[in-house]
Design a protein around this ligand. Structure first.
Ligand SMILES: NC(=O)c1ccc[n+]([C@@H]2O[C@H](COP(=O)([O-])OP(=O)(O)OC[C@H]3O[C@@H](n4cnc5c(N)ncnc54)[C@H](OP(=O)(O)O)[C@@H]3O)[C@@H](O)[C@H]2O)c1
Length: 334
């Protein structure tokens, strides 16, 4: 059997290009004692990948030049010399952008396709769902009646944030790019309003849709949208810094918030977090998200692109907003 991989060839400047990757081929190796061989079925594409390609200190080591690109994936155990895993079981793990991965079993989580289809374990029952869950509940600390605003509202993380806000009795206001995504957030996901940042003045629309101010702003995008939210905070507001996708490919440095004195005026706080900090509580989060999904309170959407070789181009969809819901590549049927 042959394994194909995408390895980091160069640290990108701006948007990653195909030449920033090496497409490599090598034989699949048999698992040794204590190891399992996993065949990837779906590989997760995440905005964070852009950060992992950069040099410098972060919450996780950068991917080294020549290494297989880091990625979460769902796969099937095809050979096992580890007593905890049996051939045929499905797992989630950081398997990388490759068709097969050998693992010592650490960091592999078993998943059950009878509870939810496999792709859902990369989205609402995976890292982005958990990011929404812990970011909103533990950092945002919503109270019934709060107005929760989330950017990237039709994306993998944002769509779950808005739905959890509704479950907790809050008003949910989304910010997303384009009328289709905004209609989806309101009509399908139950958001109370959604602002199309590509055609509206976000500052004014937030004022209109949040007449009592914003109690929680869950930020996925940073930049000007963060500034517009800061200008509309209610007293005691919580600003949850989850991501800043508008800044990830900037060649001119990160644009910081200008309206930060709103934190002072409103006795508000702004706090960043990384979902990995909650790893010991993932099982608890997945359990509750799965219950909401089974009850029909949590809708999921996966944007599945066929073909391992499309990886360099498919990744760019996150930055152009071409994805709707959790973006992933389907590598194999079974
Ligand atoms: N802190 C953590 O632990 C953690 C974990 C996972 C994800 N995140 C962060 O969460 C955010 C969302 O990630 P995701 O995986 O759920 O991706 P996603 O929302 O499914 O996809 C990214 C979306 O970002 C929007 N976008 C792209 N460029 C933009 C720009 N210049 N201005 C405004 N919006 C832009 C696009 O939607 P539109 O069409 O609406 O523009 C795009 O669909 C990212 O910032 C990511 O880094 C953080």
């Amino acid at each position: 059997m042959v394994n194909h991989q995408f390895r980091l060839a160069a640290r990108p400047i701006g948007l990653p290009k195909r030449s920033d990757w090496n497409y490599t081929e090598e034989p699949v190796r048999d698992p040794g004692p204590g190891e399992v061989l996993v065949k990837s079925l779906y590989i997760s594409l995440d905005p964070a990948m852009r950060g992992w390609m950069n040099e410098g200190r972060s919450y996780i080591e950068p991917v080294k030049i020549g290494d297989v690109m880091r990625a979460g994936a769902v796969g099937r155990v095809v050979a096992s010399q580890n007593p905890s895993f049996t051939t045929g079981e499905y797992v989630f793990g950081v398997l990388g952008v490759q068709e097969y991965a050998v693992s010592d079993g650490r960091g592999l989580t078993k998943i059950d396709p009878n509870i939810a289809p496999l792709p859902v374990y990369l989205g609402a029952l995976g890292i982005t769902g958990l990011t929404a869950y812990f970011g909103l509940l533990e950092i945002g600390k919503p109270l019934a009646g709060d107005t929760v605003v989330v950017s990237g509202a039709a994306g993998a993380t944002g769509m779950v944030v808005g739905q959890i806000a509704k479950i907790k009795g809050c008003r949910a206001v989304g910010i997303a790019g384009g009328p289709e995504k905004c209609n989806y957030a309101v009509r399908e996901l139950g958001f109370d309003a959604c602002i199309d940042y590509k055609s509206e003045k976000v500052m004014e629309s937030l004022h209109r849709d949040c007449p009592k101010g914003i109690n929680i702003y869950f930020d996925n995008v940073g930049g000007e949208i963060l500034d517009a939210a800061l200008a509309n905070l209610a007293r005691g507001a919580r600003v949850v810094i989850c991501g800043a996708i508008s800044q990830y490919n900037s060649t001119e440095g990160i644009k910081g918030p200008a309206n930060y004195l709103s934190l002072l005026v409103n006795g508000a706080r702004m706090e960043g977090f990384v979902v990995f900090n909650f790893v010991s509580r993932y099982a608890e989060g997945v359990r509750e998200l799965a219950v909401w999904r089974a009850m029909g309170k949590l809708k999921t959407r996966e944007d599945i692109v066929e073909g391992f070789q499309t990886f360099p181009e498919t990744l760019l969809r996150l930055f152009s907003g071409e994805n709707s819901g959790k973006l992933m590549i389907k590598v194999a049927d079974s």
